[in-house]
Design a protein around this ligand. Structure first.
Ligand SMILES: C[S@@+](CC[C@H](N)C(=O)[O-])C[C@H]1O[C@@H](n2cnc3c(N)ncnc32)[C@H](O)[C@@H]1O
Length: 259
């Protein structure tokens, strides 16, 4: 197994990536949007591919993933991933029909360079699933874990910036809100908008990098307060309607750049 001396992004997946594939599975409803955005592409490059979530099974996939721990969790049926980074993609100009990056750009060392690289190697769409961090402020989680949300605001690049970079070399860049289903199986934070008890589970928190990077004592204070509010009914009085709300339009965004 080839591991990097230093992680390629702001999270050390060699240490924290174990078990990722269990909690971060592709959600079929989000996947349908991603695959539609890929259009008729026959060859697809997945950058920051992790364990292979959202890769289409019916097309030729190339994957780039710098963490050996993540590469090791790719299913046997998935394409093997190349050890490389977004900032320097080992592919020629216009060599794939489409390029995708799912919930990864916030970890890159140089987001603009990585996006330019995706634009360079794709002769078709560039599809980016990411978070509009200012929209996270509206999520009830911000009341309990303000430090995590504040950190995410500094980590996720502004959507306008992503659009501006991709606009160079694209005829159109569209930003779609991605509604999160109540039973979403991809365990990013908003996936549990109607299942607040999930955040009491350390494994659930560990699958969202913001929790791991924030101050541990502050996170524990939020966990304790959430546990109290759930036990005493305060959470349900304020947000209980979310337990049965079919979808949540929060911060998830699909950026689709077409040449
Ligand atoms: C939250 S995971 C997402 C993985 C996968 N795309 C998914 O949707 O489950 C973020 C991934 O980005 C990778 N990553 C971090 N820095 C990177 C970089 N500079 N270039 C490419 N990938 C990077 C990490 O190793 C990790 O696998």
């Amino acid at each position: 197994m080839v591991t990097r001396e230093r992680p390629a992004g702001d999270v050390d997946y060699e240490r924290h990536g174990q078990g990722y594939a269990v909690l971060r599975r592709p959600d079929l409803r989000i996947e349908a949007r991603v695959h539609a955005a890929l259009g008729a592409a026959r060859t697809v490059l997945n950058v920051g591919a992790g364990t292979g979530s959202y890769e289409p099974a019916d097309r030729y996939v190339l994957a780039v993933e710098p963490s050996a721990t993540m590469r090791a969790q790719r299913p046997a049926t998935a394409a093997p991933a190349v050890d490389a980074t977004a900032e320097r993609l080992p592919f020629d100009d216009d060599s794939v029909d489409a390029a995708m990056a799912m919930v990864t750009i916030h970890q890159w060392t140089d987001v603009e360079q990585g996006l330019r690289e995706m634009r360079r190697v794709s002769r078709g769409p560039v599809v980016v699933l990411t978070v509009d961090a200012p929209a996270l402020r509206r999520f009830w989680l911000a009341d309990y874990f303000p430090e995590v949300i504040a950190l995410d605001e500094t980590r996720f690049p502004a959507i306008d910036r992503v659009v501006d970079v991709l606009a160079a070399g694209s005829a159109e860049v569209r930003v779609d809100v991605v509604p999160v289903p109540l039973d979403c199986v991809d365990g990013f934070g908003e996936a549990f908008y109607g299942r607040p008890e999930a955040f009491l589970d350390p494994e659930v928190r560990a699958a969202t990098s913001g929790f791991g990077l924030a101050d541990a004592a502050a996170v524990q204070r939020g966990v304790d307060r959430l546990a109290d509010d759930l036990a005493g009914g305060a959470w349900d009085r304020a947000h209980g309607h979310l337990r049965t709300q079919a979808e949540y339009e929060g911060a998830m965004r699909l950026v689709i750049a077409t040449p």
